[in-house]
Design a protein around this ligand. Sequence first.
Ligand SMILES: [Zn+2]
Length: 429
Amino acid sequence: MSRTLFANVRILDSTGSAPFAGDVLVDGNRIHRISKQPQTLSGAGGSHSDGAQVIDGGGTRVLMPGLIESHAHLTIDNVDDLAKLGAIPPEENTLIAVHNARLYLDHGITSCISAASAKPRLDVVIRNEINAGRIAGPRLLAASPWLTVTGGLGDMRTLHTPHTESMAIVADGPEAYRRLTRELIREGVDIIKLVVSGDSFVPHAGSETTVMSEAELAAAAEVVHAHGKRMSAHARSAESVKLCVRHGVKVIYHANFADDEAIDLLEQHKDHVFISPNIGFTAIAAYEGSAWFTEEQVVEFGFREELAGAVKVVKELKKRGVRILGGGDYGFFVTPHGQNARDIDHFVRHVGYTPLEAIQTMTRFGGEAMDLPGELGVIQEGALADLLLVNGDPLADPLVLMDRDKLTVIMKDGELHKPPPAVDADGAS
Ligand SMILES: [Zn+2]
């Protein structure tokens, strides 16, 4: 088994502690030992590191867990129109996903919870190829396409264009949800993604409406729970959030119009529910969107109200100990793939997080949301070795994590996806 020693690094372990100096020894795909005294694992008493490849952090480089994207769309391609996505044939779409899987790992994103696949089997195939080691990519929980009701987000059809596709499967009635959920689980998805609320992009069903019926959601939930799989949901309205909690949706996206009752419910279920607010798209559309939206559209779509709602809800949920996940909806025109780490900065700027807290939304809590608490998203002895060596201080400037050149080393599952450069001018790797 291969061994790698990260010597003389600043360790940002993402447990909530301040960074400290030390060494980290990786054995196989796990973190074997952590020393708080730099160069003790590699020095005279360094028999632990026998045969290890040594990567020297020069005392300044930061070793942190790989990033975890909680709302990934690896199968989409920076689109500005869902119908254009639907028009992409499966073959081309598969290649888009292969390309994006590598791109995410190149950006230090070592795990993804998918929030919908553009076609039913795309995420499944990509996940399987990554797990088999045939293509590069993050750990991936594979999702279904959006399951949406007639007239909901993703239903791009009209009476005279009834075959327009998007990234959704349109279905109505509990029986249809039961059958579709069974079928998608048969095809290998880990996650059934439901579109429970409307959205500002839906002309007849805005963000504060709840479009999916409880019977439809309950039918999908019955099948998902029977198979031990998981659900996630697009849920902006207060009622949609409550339905999701009651039926055991694990990751709830957006939740920006959650009311007091919804917030109380989330608090009661905080040991097993996660909120992924995905403020990035909204924040950019609200305040930096002039390249894509006119001022009239920003007002019409209500982006600023949506952001204000999300900020209020996230602040309250954080206070009550509900786990909040970072990342979200990268791969659309305003949020190109690879910029995902920008979400950490959004939490700092818009919600008042400290940089350390914001980094935990894309590390520790992501690991917990992937059912690997203490094993993924943290640097601890015994944890999985998904690690980034950063040439910069993410606590001083989280945006350093967006810069591929600053990610000197990227390790996933104990393997060096990006090995260190030969030797820098300062002698550090
Ligand atoms: Zn999404």
